[in-house]
Write a protein that binds this ligand. Structure first.
Ligand SMILES: [Cu+2]
Length: 281
Protein backbone atom coordinates (compact mmCIF):
# COMPACT_ATOMS: atom_id res chain seq x y z
CA UNK A 1 0.00 0.00 0.00
CA UNK A 2 1.34 3.44 -0.85
CA UNK A 3 2.03 5.77 2.03
CA UNK A 4 3.40 9.28 2.46
CA UNK A 5 3.99 12.02 4.97
CA UNK A 6 5.10 15.60 5.43
CA UNK A 7 7.92 16.49 7.83
CA UNK A 8 8.67 19.80 9.46
CA UNK A 9 11.17 19.18 12.22
CA UNK A 10 11.88 19.99 14.99
CA UNK A 11 8.26 21.12 15.27
CA UNK A 12 9.01 24.15 17.46
CA UNK A 13 11.76 25.50 15.18
CA UNK A 14 12.02 23.48 11.96
CA UNK A 15 15.37 23.06 10.23
CA UNK A 16 14.32 20.12 8.00
CA UNK A 17 11.27 20.19 5.79
CA UNK A 18 10.42 17.49 3.27
CA UNK A 19 7.86 15.11 1.92
CA UNK A 20 8.33 11.32 1.89
CA UNK A 21 6.49 8.63 -0.02
CA UNK A 22 6.49 4.90 -0.65
CA UNK A 23 4.66 4.34 -3.91
CA UNK A 24 3.15 1.06 -5.09
CA UNK A 25 4.74 -0.04 -8.34
CA UNK A 26 8.09 1.58 -7.52
CA UNK A 27 11.03 -0.15 -5.88
CA UNK A 28 13.14 2.54 -4.26
CA UNK A 29 11.97 2.16 -0.66
CA UNK A 30 11.23 5.63 0.73
CA UNK A 31 11.60 8.53 -1.68
CA UNK A 32 12.25 11.97 -0.14
CA UNK A 33 11.02 14.95 -2.08
CA UNK A 34 11.60 18.69 -1.88
CA UNK A 35 14.07 18.53 1.00
CA UNK A 36 14.84 21.93 2.56
CA UNK A 37 17.46 22.69 5.22
CA UNK A 38 17.01 26.01 7.06
CA UNK A 39 14.64 27.14 4.35
CA UNK A 40 17.03 26.46 1.46
CA UNK A 41 16.34 23.69 -1.04
CA UNK A 42 18.79 20.79 -0.81
CA UNK A 43 17.34 17.87 -2.74
CA UNK A 44 14.63 17.52 -5.31
CA UNK A 45 14.43 13.78 -4.67
CA UNK A 46 16.44 11.06 -2.94
CA UNK A 47 15.93 7.31 -2.66
CA UNK A 48 17.56 3.85 -2.74
CA UNK A 49 16.55 2.43 -6.14
CA UNK A 50 18.96 -0.48 -6.52
CA UNK A 51 20.75 -3.22 -4.57
CA UNK A 52 22.76 -5.78 -6.50
CA UNK A 53 23.98 -8.84 -4.58
CA UNK A 54 26.87 -10.93 -5.78
CA UNK A 55 28.05 -14.22 -4.22
CA UNK A 56 31.54 -15.68 -4.45
CA UNK A 57 32.10 -18.81 -6.47
CA UNK A 58 28.72 -18.88 -8.17
CA UNK A 59 26.99 -19.89 -4.91
CA UNK A 60 23.83 -18.09 -6.07
CA UNK A 61 22.57 -15.01 -7.79
CA UNK A 62 23.49 -12.41 -8.73
CA UNK A 63 20.32 -10.72 -7.53
CA UNK A 64 18.76 -7.31 -7.88
CA UNK A 65 16.85 -6.66 -4.68
CA UNK A 66 14.00 -4.19 -4.89
CA UNK A 67 12.82 -2.45 -1.74
CA UNK A 68 9.10 -1.91 -2.33
CA UNK A 69 5.77 -1.54 -0.54
CA UNK A 70 5.21 -5.25 -1.27
CA UNK A 71 8.13 -6.50 0.81
CA UNK A 72 7.87 -3.76 3.47
CA UNK A 73 6.96 -5.46 6.76
CA UNK A 74 5.45 -2.59 8.71
CA UNK A 75 4.47 1.04 8.19
CA UNK A 76 7.23 3.60 7.71
CA UNK A 77 8.51 4.64 11.14
CA UNK A 78 9.24 8.29 11.96
CA UNK A 79 10.85 9.00 15.34
CA UNK A 80 13.25 11.34 17.08
CA UNK A 81 16.36 10.92 19.22
CA UNK A 82 19.04 13.07 20.86
CA UNK A 83 22.34 11.28 21.42
CA UNK A 84 24.30 14.41 22.31
CA UNK A 85 23.50 17.73 23.96
CA UNK A 86 24.36 19.69 20.82
CA UNK A 87 22.18 17.98 18.25
CA UNK A 88 19.04 15.91 17.78
CA UNK A 89 18.04 13.65 14.93
CA UNK A 90 14.95 12.49 13.11
CA UNK A 91 14.73 8.97 11.67
CA UNK A 92 12.53 7.88 8.78
CA UNK A 93 12.83 4.16 8.09
CA UNK A 94 11.29 1.16 6.38
CA UNK A 95 11.89 -2.52 7.08
CA UNK A 96 11.85 -5.13 4.31
CA UNK A 97 12.23 -8.88 3.96
CA UNK A 98 13.38 -10.39 0.64
CA UNK A 99 13.97 -14.14 0.71
CA UNK A 100 16.20 -14.67 3.74
CA UNK A 101 17.41 -11.09 3.77
CA UNK A 102 16.25 -8.62 6.37
CA UNK A 103 16.85 -5.06 5.22
CA UNK A 104 16.40 -1.89 7.22
CA UNK A 105 16.37 1.29 5.13
CA UNK A 106 17.10 4.09 7.60
CA UNK A 107 17.49 7.80 6.86
CA UNK A 108 18.75 10.02 9.68
CA UNK A 109 18.32 13.78 9.46
CA UNK A 110 20.39 15.59 12.08
CA UNK A 111 19.58 19.05 13.33
CA UNK A 112 23.16 20.15 12.53
CA UNK A 113 22.59 19.48 8.83
CA UNK A 114 23.96 15.96 8.42
CA UNK A 115 22.00 13.33 6.49
CA UNK A 116 22.87 9.67 7.01
CA UNK A 117 21.22 7.32 4.52
CA UNK A 118 21.89 3.82 5.86
CA UNK A 119 21.10 0.29 4.76
CA UNK A 120 21.25 -2.37 7.47
CA UNK A 121 21.29 -5.94 6.33
CA UNK A 122 21.17 -9.39 7.94
CA UNK A 123 20.46 -12.86 6.65
CA UNK A 124 22.25 -15.28 4.35
CA UNK A 125 20.61 -16.48 1.16
CA UNK A 126 23.50 -18.86 0.48
CA UNK A 127 26.40 -19.94 2.75
CA UNK A 128 29.06 -17.96 0.88
CA UNK A 129 30.73 -14.57 1.10
CA UNK A 130 28.87 -11.93 -0.84
CA UNK A 131 28.49 -8.22 -1.34
CA UNK A 132 25.41 -6.00 -1.33
CA UNK A 133 26.10 -3.20 -3.81
CA UNK A 134 23.76 -0.49 -2.58
CA UNK A 135 22.87 2.40 -4.89
CA UNK A 136 21.50 5.67 -3.56
CA UNK A 137 20.26 8.29 -5.98
CA UNK A 138 20.52 11.93 -4.89
CA UNK A 139 18.83 14.44 -7.14
CA UNK A 140 20.52 17.52 -5.72
CA UNK A 141 18.93 20.95 -5.98
CA UNK A 142 21.29 23.08 -3.90
CA UNK A 143 19.32 26.31 -3.56
CA UNK A 144 17.30 25.25 -6.62
CA UNK A 145 18.13 23.16 -9.66
CA UNK A 146 20.14 25.76 -11.54
CA UNK A 147 23.85 26.35 -11.42
CA UNK A 148 24.89 23.30 -9.39
CA UNK A 149 28.31 21.67 -9.70
CA UNK A 150 29.81 18.40 -8.43
CA UNK A 151 33.44 18.20 -7.31
CA UNK A 152 35.69 15.25 -6.55
CA UNK A 153 38.52 15.62 -4.05
CA UNK A 154 42.04 14.39 -4.81
CA UNK A 155 45.15 14.49 -2.64
CA UNK A 156 46.90 17.23 -4.56
CA UNK A 157 47.77 20.82 -3.89
CA UNK A 158 46.39 21.95 -7.22
CA UNK A 159 43.56 24.45 -6.94
CA UNK A 160 40.91 24.73 -9.63
CA UNK A 161 39.21 27.58 -7.79
CA UNK A 162 37.41 25.63 -5.07
CA UNK A 163 40.31 24.92 -2.71
CA UNK A 164 43.29 22.55 -3.03
CA UNK A 165 42.39 19.20 -4.56
CA UNK A 166 38.77 19.97 -5.44
CA UNK A 167 38.31 18.99 -9.08
CA UNK A 168 35.18 20.34 -10.78
CA UNK A 169 33.46 17.53 -12.66
CA UNK A 170 32.09 19.36 -15.64
CA UNK A 171 30.67 16.45 -17.63
CA UNK A 172 28.87 13.24 -16.77
CA UNK A 173 31.03 10.49 -15.33
CA UNK A 174 31.09 7.29 -13.38
CA UNK A 175 34.09 6.99 -11.12
CA UNK A 176 35.78 5.04 -8.41
CA UNK A 177 36.85 6.75 -5.20
CA UNK A 178 40.20 8.48 -5.28
CA UNK A 179 42.25 10.21 -2.62
CA UNK A 180 40.26 10.64 0.57
CA UNK A 181 36.95 9.62 -1.02
CA UNK A 182 35.25 13.00 -0.77
CA UNK A 183 32.78 14.60 -3.09
CA UNK A 184 30.88 17.85 -2.93
CA UNK A 185 27.87 19.37 -4.63
CA UNK A 186 27.45 23.12 -4.47
CA UNK A 187 25.54 26.05 -5.78
CA UNK A 188 28.07 27.96 -7.86
CA UNK A 189 28.82 31.39 -6.43
CA UNK A 190 26.96 30.81 -3.16
CA UNK A 191 29.50 28.98 -0.97
CA UNK A 192 26.66 26.61 -0.06
CA UNK A 193 26.49 22.90 -0.65
CA UNK A 194 26.92 19.41 0.71
CA UNK A 195 30.00 17.26 1.30
CA UNK A 196 29.62 13.58 0.54
CA UNK A 197 31.96 11.32 2.49
CA UNK A 198 32.33 7.59 2.18
CA UNK A 199 30.93 5.75 5.17
CA UNK A 200 33.24 3.56 7.29
CA UNK A 201 31.81 0.27 5.93
CA UNK A 202 31.16 1.24 2.32
CA UNK A 203 33.99 -0.85 0.87
CA UNK A 204 35.34 -0.44 -2.63
CA UNK A 205 34.07 -1.26 -6.08
CA UNK A 206 35.22 -4.48 -7.73
CA UNK A 207 34.98 -6.05 -11.19
CA UNK A 208 31.28 -6.75 -10.63
CA UNK A 209 30.15 -3.36 -9.31
CA UNK A 210 32.70 -1.23 -11.16
CA UNK A 211 31.78 2.19 -9.80
CA UNK A 212 31.45 4.15 -6.57
CA UNK A 213 29.94 7.44 -7.72
CA UNK A 214 28.25 8.59 -10.91
CA UNK A 215 27.32 12.15 -11.79
CA UNK A 216 24.62 12.79 -14.38
CA UNK A 217 22.67 15.75 -15.67
CA UNK A 218 19.05 15.59 -14.56
CA UNK A 219 16.41 14.29 -16.96
CA UNK A 220 12.93 13.47 -15.66
CA UNK A 221 12.61 10.22 -17.65
CA UNK A 222 15.86 8.98 -16.06
CA UNK A 223 14.19 8.93 -12.64
CA UNK A 224 13.03 5.33 -12.93
CA UNK A 225 11.98 4.55 -9.37
CA UNK A 226 13.99 1.32 -9.20
CA UNK A 227 13.36 0.07 -12.76
CA UNK A 228 16.90 0.78 -13.95
CA UNK A 229 19.39 -2.08 -14.13
CA UNK A 230 19.56 -5.84 -13.93
CA UNK A 231 21.28 -8.20 -11.48
CA UNK A 232 24.36 -8.22 -13.71
CA UNK A 233 24.47 -4.60 -14.79
CA UNK A 234 23.38 -1.39 -13.07
CA UNK A 235 22.98 0.17 -16.54
CA UNK A 236 24.06 3.58 -15.29
CA UNK A 237 26.05 3.81 -18.52
CA UNK A 238 22.69 4.57 -20.17
CA UNK A 239 22.67 7.90 -18.29
CA UNK A 240 26.38 8.73 -18.49
CA UNK A 241 26.96 9.94 -22.02
CA UNK A 242 29.10 13.02 -21.80
CA UNK A 243 26.56 15.74 -21.09
CA UNK A 244 27.67 18.97 -19.47
CA UNK A 245 27.29 19.09 -15.68
CA UNK A 246 28.92 22.46 -15.02
CA UNK A 247 26.17 24.67 -13.70
CA UNK A 248 23.57 22.00 -14.40
CA UNK A 249 20.91 20.19 -12.40
CA UNK A 250 22.97 17.36 -10.87
CA UNK A 251 22.06 13.78 -10.03
CA UNK A 252 24.57 11.79 -7.97
CA UNK A 253 24.54 8.02 -7.65
CA UNK A 254 26.49 6.79 -4.63
CA UNK A 255 27.31 3.09 -4.34
CA UNK A 256 28.31 1.32 -1.13
CA UNK A 257 29.66 -2.21 -1.20
CA UNK A 258 28.53 -3.96 1.94
CA UNK A 259 30.48 -7.18 2.44
CA UNK A 260 29.01 -10.17 4.24
CA UNK A 261 31.30 -12.95 5.38
CA UNK A 262 29.47 -16.27 5.53
CA UNK A 263 31.17 -17.28 8.79
CA UNK A 264 29.45 -14.36 10.54
CA UNK A 265 26.22 -16.31 10.15
CA UNK A 266 22.85 -14.91 9.24
CA UNK A 267 22.03 -12.93 12.36
CA UNK A 268 24.76 -10.34 12.36
CA UNK A 269 23.63 -6.91 11.18
CA UNK A 270 25.84 -4.90 8.86
CA UNK A 271 25.42 -1.28 7.85
CA UNK A 272 26.59 0.88 4.98
CA UNK A 273 25.92 4.38 3.72
CA UNK A 274 27.55 7.74 3.07
CA UNK A 275 27.75 10.85 5.23
CA UNK A 276 26.15 13.97 3.72
CA UNK A 277 27.16 17.17 5.49
CA UNK A 278 25.98 20.69 4.77
CA UNK A 279 28.40 23.60 4.45
CA UNK A 280 27.74 27.29 4.16
CA UNK A 281 24.17 27.26 5.47
CU1 LIG B 1 24.36 -10.30 3.05
Amino acid sequence: MSSSGTISWPPEAPVWKFYWEVLDGKSEAIAFRDVFYKGVKVLHRASLPMIRVQYDGGAGGPYKDALSSRNMQRPVAVYEGSPAPDYRFLVVESYHVIGRYRLLNRWIFRSDGIILPQLYSAGLQHPANHRHHTYWRFDWDIDGQANNLALQHALTGQDWGYGPGWIPRTSELSSIHIGDNRWAVLKKGSGRGFLIDKGPFDGASDWFSRLDVAITAYHGPEDLGGALGTPNDDELWRHVNGENTDGADIVMWYVAHLAHEAHDGGDEWHVCGPILRQFGY
